[in-house]
Design a protein around this ligand. Structure first.
Ligand SMILES: Nc1ncnc2c1ncn2[C@@H]1O[C@H](COP(=O)(O)OP(=O)(O)OP(=O)(O)O)[C@@H](O)[C@H]1O
Ligand SMILES: [Mg+2]
Length: 405
């Protein structure tokens, strides 16, 4: 085989797509309790009755979307088999953030091509009345899922839909609403009337533990990888890291994928735990870079100032030493420095992003309280991600060895 040839099914993967986020597995493992509750909540549908509105919540990557797709597919199949009219529609509210936009999407998801409406230019009441007409013409049960519902900026539609029957908007059809969120405060922030109707039943998806993640990974690796290419320690290690990072299956699957990619580049015979470790380093770097690229210019200058103390071997720096350097760096970049109060607040934001660690210190009776700041990431990826800021400010002597002019 000549160099740089592309051949399908290359080692170590059998089906690499099975590790990507949009892949829906045929079976869900490690979610028995949650699936049981969710299944029971949907059961009235197949008995020709209306399920309660359901609110599904839990941290990111715990299977909320996967479980919903999985159960609604089965419910639709069950409906066809037992001759019960059940329609389901799933909307992701990330990007559809007003009731108006969702209303249009619902209408268009129910109408044929020639009848669809444009997504602007109608009074809201007209969108709603079209929506009721479209739902009414189903003459059956419609289950509407609003995934990432916390993106929705107003709850007018949620309220209308969850009260459709009581408000006489529907006679021949029924609507059940499922709201899904990983923002645990969202439910409490809803207005009481919406909360009581949307959250008739709440189902919590807990974080995965290492054992559950092992099951998820085991099942997926048998589809994604060729036979016998994973060393026995690979899946448990990815599961252990996933469990440590908030029990997120998405992260654990990403790590398994990255380990496979690293092994592929290495052109070895097996995927080993060392590939997992290197994959993890790469993922961490990517995450650091993403986090830094999302900062505004002043936050980047502040992080640059912190990095220079780290580069000089000073692990922790006090605010009173950091602020003057931030101030000088801002001036060098031709920007007006923000106040030290601003800096205090933004240090906490950088801490939340995992870029720095802010610690409060107490110097006994004499010294009072003060804060120390330390970089919480390897210097090199931080400096790489800050390269535009470094160009604006200039290369500080402490980091000269890390950057080329
Ligand atoms: N029990 C499981 N079995 C197999 N795969 C799973 C399981 N749980 C999650 N996954 C996979 O993990 C990834 C994340 O799951 P999912 O998208 O359902 O998370 P989520 O709870 O909806 O997260 P978010 O709040 O970020 O939307 C998906 O690729 C999904 O297929
Ligand atoms: Mg989801």
């Amino acid at each position: 085989m000549s160099a740089f040839e592309f051949t399908p099914g290359d080692f170590p993967f059998e089906n690499r797509n099975a590790l990507l986020d949009d892949y829906t597995p045929d079976e869900l493992v490690g979610r028995d309790e949650e699936l049981q509750q969710y299944h029971a909540a949907l059961q009235p549908a197949i008995d020709g009755s209306q399920p309660d509105n359901i609110f599904l919540y839990g941290k990111t990557g715990v299977g909320k979307t996967a479980a919903t797709r999985f159960l609604l597919d089965r419910l639709t199949e069950g409906g066809q088999q037992h001759d019960v009219d059940i329609e389901t529609r799933i909307f992701n509210c990330d990007g559809l953030d007003t009731s108006y936009q969702i209303g249009v999407e619902i209408v268009n998801s129910l109408l044929d091509d020639g009848e669809k409406i444009s997504d602007t230019g109608h009074p809201r009441s007209k969108v709603y009345s079209k929506m009721w007409d479209a739902i009414e013409s189903l003459e059956g049960l419609l289950i509407l899922v609003f995934d990432e519902v916390d993106h929705l900026q107003d709850d007018s539609l949620l309220y209308q839909l969850s009260r459709a029957r009581e408000n006489d908007n529907l006679e021949k059809s029924r609507v059940s609403v499922i709201g899904i969120s990983n923002d645990l405060a969202y439910r409490d922030d809803l207005s009481p009337k919406v909360r009581s109707s949307l959250c008739e039943r709440s189902i919590n998806f807990s974080a995965y533990d290492a054992g559950e993640l092992k099951q998820v990974l085991q099942q997926r690796q048998s589809i994604a990888f060729q036979n016998d290419v994973l060393e026995s320690g690979v899946v448990p290690l990815c599961a252990a890291y996933g469990a440590r990072e908030s029990g997120d299956a998405r992260k654990a699957l990403d790590l398994l994928l990255k380990a496979g990619d690293v092994a592929q580049e290495d052109a070895t015979d097996v995927v080993a735990t060392d590939h997992v470790e290197r994959g993890r380093d790469l993922l961490e770097r990517e995450e650091v870079t993403r986090g830094i690229l999302g900062l505004n210019s002043h936050e980047k200058i502040l992080l640059y100032a912190i990095a220079t103390f780290d580069a000089a071997g000073q692990g922790e720096v006090r605010v009173r030493d950091l602020y003057p350097r931030y101030e000088r760096f801002s001036e060098l970049a031709d920007r007006d420095p923000l106040t030290s109060r601003w800096m205090h607040n933004h240090l906490d934001d950088l801490d939340m992003l995992g870029l720095v660690v802010v610690e409060k210190r107490n110097e006994g009776s004499s010294g009072g309280h003060y804060k120390t700041i330390a970089l919480n990431q390897d210097l090199e990826p931080v400096i790489n991600a800050l390269n535009e800021t470094i160009e604006e400010v200039g290369i500080h002597e402490t980091i000269r060895q890390w950057v080329s002019d």
